[in-house]
Design a protein around this ligand. Structure first.
Ligand SMILES: N[C@@H](CCC(=O)N[C@@H](CS)C(=O)NCC(=O)O)C(=O)O
Length: 87
């Protein structure tokens, strides 16, 4: 399976961002973190694109997957491991 590009948008003092990063690390998934704390324009662009107003926000190969809860939900349904070929 081709390696997937994972991008995680985060901000400072964000417990959900930390939880998400720990989860990805535990799963052995490499990701690029983009912290938007000092990038209000980028944050606005992101929100306009996703219509999602909390952080973290996760993209896998340009596909928007949502935030921490969404990732955990995918994992509980077995879809996360399938997406990354981990099974
Ligand atoms: N359900 C979301 C909750 C994320 C969340 O509440 N993030 C906080 C920071 S840890 C946030 O963006 N707060 C700003 C806001 O709610 O406007 C998830 O699981 O990702």
């Amino acid at each position: 399976m081709a390696k997937k590009e994972v991008t995680v948008y985060t901000m400072n003092r964000c417990p959900f961002c930390l939880q998400l990063k720990l989860f990805l690390q535990r799963k052995g998934i490499e990701f690029t973190e983009i912290n938007v704390s000092d990038k209000p324009e980028l944050l606005k662009e992101l929100q306009d694109e996703t219509s999602f107003y909390t952080l973290p926000q996760v993209f896998v190969d340009d596909l928007f997957l949502g935030g921490y809860d969404n990732i955990i939900d995918l994992h509980k349904k077995g879809k996360f491991d399938r997406l990354f070929g981990l099974e």
